[in-house]
Ligand binder design. Structure first.
Ligand code: CA
Length: 224
């Protein structure tokens, strides 16, 4: 089941129609309060979330969902207007799994939905350990030498990408593409900043992330 929170009936109906035609069950809501009521009864597998809404903006809805234990891992795609709003959302670690700029084609939207659903079900599949670091992908819980590590969503995804690709050197662009998953024009410093905080949070385990000068980063195999 996919929920969509979008106040413009035209867009809402158009997307719901396309989703139904692609074999998805989908329900649309005009107001944040209506979405909240529906969520209490049943959580969707994925949420499409508009930003400019009556009652409350989408970013605030998103933050509330992320701060609740029940919905903190809910897959969410933000629907943003092109231009400054998109840039602002894309540049922040807003907690969304993906972003798509309006106007979008239904083919693109559906392929993004499928990719996100694939990713979340693959993530739910396995526990991963690496040199003192353990990742419980179902609970999105990370421990370093047995202590809990509190990571932001992007730091978590960055760590998971590096560990899953153990031994491979990732360029900053590859990490941007894998973790931020949209056409991010060139802010590779974003990766460096996240790597720095990630290493710091991992404490003595932080040195599993190696800097490959002039290229990018990798999680090495030195202790194997
Ligand atoms: Ca709107």
């Amino acid at each position: 089941m996919i929920y969509m929170l979008e106040d413009e009936a035209g867009i809402r109906n158009f997307v719901l129609y396309a989703l139904n035609n692609s074999g998805f069950d989908a329900m649309g809501f005009e107001l944040p309060s209506q979405l909240r009521e529906a969520m209490e009864v049943r959580l969707p597998d994925l949420l499409l979330l508009d930003i400019m809404l009556p009652e409350e903006d989408g970013i605030s809805v998103l933050k509330k969902l992320r701060s609740s234990r029940r919905t903190k891992n809910l897959p969410i795609i933000l629907l943003t207007a092109k231009g400054t709003e998109f840039d602002k959302v894309a540049g922040l670690d807003s907690g969304a799994d993906d972003y798509i700029a309006k106007p979008f084609g239904t083919m693109e939207l559906i392929s993004r939905i499928k990719a996100l659903l694939r990713r979340t079900s693959a993530e739910a599949a396995a526990d991963i350990t690496c040199d003192g670091i353990a990742v419980d992908t179902e609970k999105r819980r990370v421990t370093a030498n047995g202590s809990d590590v509190n990571l932001t969503r992007k730091e978590y995804e960055l760590l998971l990408t590096l560990i899953r690709g153990k031994g491979k050197v990732f360029t900053r662009d590859e990490l941007l593409h894998n973790v931020w998953e949209f056409d991010y024009s060139g802010e590779s410093r974003t990766v460096d900043v996240h790597i720095r905080t990630l290493r710091a949070k991992l404490g003595s385990c932080g040195d599993i992330i190696e800097t490959i000068r002039g290229v990018g980063y990798k999680v090495g195999t030195k202790h194997d």
